[in-house]
Design a protein around this ligand. Structure first.
Ligand code: HH2
Length: 425
């Protein structure tokens, strides 16, 4: 069985934290005794693995394996005496130490074989940059690509009605590409809460002329739930298909992507746009979204899709708390092994935190973009391309990131020549 299969059966999640306080909070969730929390907080590393629901004997074996590899495993205080039916475990250690833990556990009983494989798969991906091939060109995603939003709709929540008319839309698409968008995401149907459905003919009429005109010089992604629209966009030169229904509205869309050799974005949504914000509920939003994406990815691959991108669907059947948990939990979605796309831009959760209406959500959107990028997002779907590119450029300069996006360096966010270097403080 592959690491991916094992990851689907057991629950091993990468977590990232900034401070020992966050490590302490996770150890409290595991049920570690207070004294143990203090001892183990000293072994804090920025990235760890959270393993859910181990048999207590397995938890004790995990603890031994971690300690013998030079790492640590925080387990429930009653795991040692087997007085709890199950214990979670928080594994600390370097990548090398945790890889050794994965190897030690593989082949062992009490469900540990699957856990060992899942640990090996997750740790093996830490620091790895997935590759996305767009129109034959591979993009090593060492930093996030920007996907500029171009809604050719009358009713989208942020830009509805602004780019109706082919010439206007094409001008805006080219502008976003110049500003640093590697892809321009053209959408002909709003999926905001309560939006009206759009028929195939209307959607084709809105999208196809724009894709045709942009595609010769800009990489275009098409935001649609319909196979016929995806097919027409592919014929018009689109480089990627972005489907917020993940193939549940029109399952033949995956075969369109497979035949055209296009990457396929699958997004999580609870409910339908008409009712998705009525009363969204989850027991474990990160776990449920991850399981959904794993299942839809397996389906799409069985349909012949060669490249997938996964997306937690910020704002699609989620409360503020769900959106924040998903953004915080992006490392666990990255464990799936596909590039992760985040579409946070100007959405309602930002308004809920800042009190701003749609037009005033730039600062909040930039903060979300930077944090999503830090937590592993590799495509950012944004309205404000110029500003997001500039914010990323500053963060990357501080961190000393010099790697380019495309193999030839194209499509990145390197400094624009001859601007911004004046004598300001
Ligand atoms: N969000 C929207 C539309 N498409 N696609 C992906 N993959 N991820 C998203 O989060 C996402 C998406 C909604 O935003 P927008 O296009 O700006 O508005 P509207 O749906 O009103 O057109």
């Amino acid at each position: 069985m592959s690491g991916e299969d094992a990851a689907a059966r057991v629950d091993v999640r990468t977590v990232i934290f900034d401070t020992p306080a966050q490590a302490r909070a996770l150890m409290a969730a595991v049920g570690v005794a207070a004294g143990g929390v203090e001892i183990m907080a000293a072994k804090f590393t920025a990235r760890a693995l959270y393993v859910k629901g181990l048999h207590p004997v397995a938890a004790n074996i995990v603890k031994q394996a971690a300690l013998s590899a030079g790492g640590e495993a925080a387990v429930n205080r009653d795991a040692v005496s087997c007085r709890v039916p199950a214990s979670d475990a928080l594994l600390f250690g370097t990548q090398k130490q945790l890889a050794a833990v994965g190897r030690k556990l593989t082949g062992q009983a009490f469900g540990l074989d699957d856990v060992g494989r899942a640990i090996t798969a997750a740790v093996g991906r830490w620091g790895a940059a997935p590759v996305l091939t767009l129109r034959g060109k591979p993009y090593q995603l060492t930093r996030p690509l920007l996907m500029g939003i171009l809604n050719v709709t009358p009713d989208s929540f942020a830009d509805g009605g602004r780019y109706v008319g082919v010439a206007k839309a094409v001008r805006r698409g080219r502008e976003m590409a110049e500003q640093g968008a590697t892809l321009v995401d053209v959408g002909g149907e709003s999926t905001r809460p309560g939006a009206a459905a759009v028929g195939v003919e209307d959607e084709l009429e809105r999208i196809v002329p724009v894709v045709e005109q942009l595609a010769p010089d800009v990489l275009v992604s098409v935001d649609t739930r319909k196979a016929a629209v995806a097919q027409a966009a592919a014929d018009a030169g689109a480089a990627m298909v972005n489907d917020v229904s993940a193939g549940r509205d029109d399952s033949s869309i995956a075969r369109v992507c497979a035949r055209a050799g296009l990457p396929y974005v699958i997004m999580h949504m609870q409910g339908k746009p008409a009712d998705m914000q009525d009363d969204p509920r989850y027991d474990d939003v990160v776990g449920e979204v991850r399981s959904f994406l794993a299942a839809r990815a397996a389906w799409a691959e069985a349909e012949g899709v060669k490249q997938l991108v996964v997306d937690p669907g910020i704002g699609f059947g989620k409360t503020l708390e769900h959106n924040l948990a998903l953004l915080n939990g992006l490392p666990a979605l990255c464990d799936l092994g596909y590039p992760v796309l985040v579409g946070h831009s100007r959405k309602r959760f930002i308004g809920a935190l800042t009190g701003e209406e749609v037009e005033g959500r730039l600062a909040g959107s930039l903060a979300a973009a930077l944090e999503a990028a830090r937590r592993g997002a590799r495509l950012l779907r944004v309205h404000d391309v110029k500003e997001t590119a500039e914010a990323l450029r500053v963060v990357e300069a501080i961190r000393g990131v010099t790697a380019s996006v495309g193999e030839d360096g194209a499509g990145g966010v390197s400094a624009p020549p001859g601007r911004g270097a004046g004598p300001s403080p």
